[in-house]
Design a protein around this ligand. Structure first.
Ligand code: PNW
Length: 445
């Protein structure tokens, strides 16, 4: 096996940023440092929600090992580090008095990133909603817009002077649809009314926070959206319409509202009757202009019409392409397609970063080394797609691999490993995988 990528840094524009991404709840250990409970702690404690009933109480112990983890980033030659701050760590009750120890942690972390010559990319919400707010309805409660804006102001006031870019929310589709309609993430609801409210409030919270941060002089504000190719399972008009509904809910709802185009008709058809009263009056706040867009891309899904199910009346079916350990099809062309579609459509004129792309693999640990040849091919093919988009005039500024470390993969617990660095959870030993070395070599060329 050769541990080398075809792509090299020199194949990309001079200022292009290569980085890796993480999220607070997935790596830090929510049990340390005076953090309050989040809805993921309670969701994980309910049997049946998470594989192995795993939770993030310890995770990768990054709260205590952050310097070693930043050293790994620096040694690989990364230019940038995308991390999130935990709402429940910064504000244990969700509102009111901040936890000084939590803010101190992020203060040291940002300084540590800068001291290693890397650029910090901040995400303000990557899913650790304080339980105190979850008990008040969380994302289904309109008041979350104000709660979130207040929390963002506290974080930004402390570390905003040293971050290069700030995203309000990671993956609103997961926050709203996956968590309130599909029920796979906290709070685990399967309720179209709750979903419709969350789909709107997540954007209202984003827009409200954007305006509050801007008013305090903040720059370089954006959002991170996830995109998944929605293809029809067959050529039938029913399946094509099903895929169009999925595309509207997943890939159009958030960016088109932010772009000032309103919500897509294919999604309002089902969500409209369940939306919070007067939602139309919020669309200007939601359309507060962005400075940049983060794009997370992993896979595509095939949709078949299923009239026996409630709206959106579809199911996903197994696809023919090679799959990752998540069962997700590997389709790098989808990344190029989305980058072009966004740059020529609702994200016209915005700098774009790929803020997540990566795969869970069947990594083989052998004689102290971790072999992951599939991941190297995955990275190469998606870097090809990124380059193709740049060649077609997409203003793509950087690429963050998900994730630096194996970590808490939400409902899948610790079983799925996305990292460039292997984590032995019994000892917390970090072992860079072959893909880490291959990427490091590519970044040196
Ligand atoms: C993203 N889905 O999550 C997140 O930003 C990361 O925290 C996560 O670890 C990574 O992708 C890998 O899963 C997603 O079910 C989780 O479609 C689930 C879905 C999409 C994205």
């Amino acid at each position: 096996m050769t541990d080398a990528l075809r792509n090299a840094r020199s194949d990309f524009p001079t200022d292009f940023l290569f980085g890796a991404a993480t999220a607070a709840y997935q790596i830090e250990g929510s049990g340390f440092g005076g953090a309050g409970a989040s809805h993921w702690d309670t969701f994980a404690a309910t049997p049946g929600n998470v594989a192995g009933a795993d939770d993030g109480a310890v995770a990768c112990d990054h709260y205590n090992r952050w310097q070693e983890d930043l050293d790994l980033m620096q040694a690989a030659g990364f230019d940038a580090y995308r991390f999130s701050t935990s709402w429940s760590r910064v504000m244990p009750e969700g509102t009111g008095r901040p936890n000084a120890e939590g803010l101190d942690f992020y203060d040291r972390l940002v300084d540590g990133v800068l001291a290693r010559g890397m650029t910090p990319f901040l995400t303000l919400y990557h899913w650790d909603l304080p339980s105190a707010l979850a008990m008040k309805g969380g994302w289904t409660n309109r008041d979350i817009a104000g709660w979130f804006a207040d929390y963002c102001a506290v974080v930004f006031d402390r570390i905003g002077d040293r971050v290069a870019a700030t995203a309000t929310i990671n993956e609103p589709w997961c926050v709203a649809w996956l968590s309130h309609f599909i029920g796979a993430h906290a709070p685990g609801l399967r309720d179209i009314r709750a979903a419709a409210h969350a789909m709107h409030h997540v954007l209202l919270a984003h827009g409200t926070a954007m305006q509050a941060l801007r008013a305090s002089g903040a720059k370089d504000l954006g959002i991170v959206l996830n995109f998944e190719t929605a293809s029809p399972a067959s050529d039938s008009s029913e399946d094509r319409a099903a895929a169009a509904r999925a595309d509207a809910i997943y890939n159009r709802w958030f960016i088109e509202a932010i772009a000032g185009q309103g919500y897509p008709a294919e999604a309002l058809e089902g969500l409209g009757p369940h939306m919070p009263a007067g939602w139309q009056a919020d669309m200007d706040t939601i359309a507060t202009p962005l400075d940049w867009l983060g794009v997370n891309y992993y896979t595509r899904a095939l949709y078949a019409a299923d009239p026996t199910r409630p709206w959106p009346r579809y199911r996903t079916v197994d696809g023919p392409l090679p799959k990752t350990a998540m069962g997700w099809e590997i389709r790098p062309e989808g990344l190029r397609e989305f980058l072009l579609r966004l740059a020529q459509g609702p994200a016209r004129g915005l700098p774009i970063y790929v803020t997540e792309n990566g795969m869970a693999g069947d990594d083989a640990v052998q004689d102290g080394a971790v072999h992951d040849p599939l991941r190297q091919g995955f990275i190469d093919s998606h870097l090809d797609a990124a380059r193709a988009a740049i060649a077609e005039d997409v203003d793509l500024r950087g690429f963050f691999y998900w994730s630096l470390l194996d970590n808490y993969e939400w409902a899948f617990g610790y079983d799925k490993r996305f990292g460039l660095v292997h984590v032995d959870y019994a000892t917390q030993a970090r072992t860079p995988k072959a893909s880490y070395h291959a990427l490091a070599h590519a970044l040196s060329r």
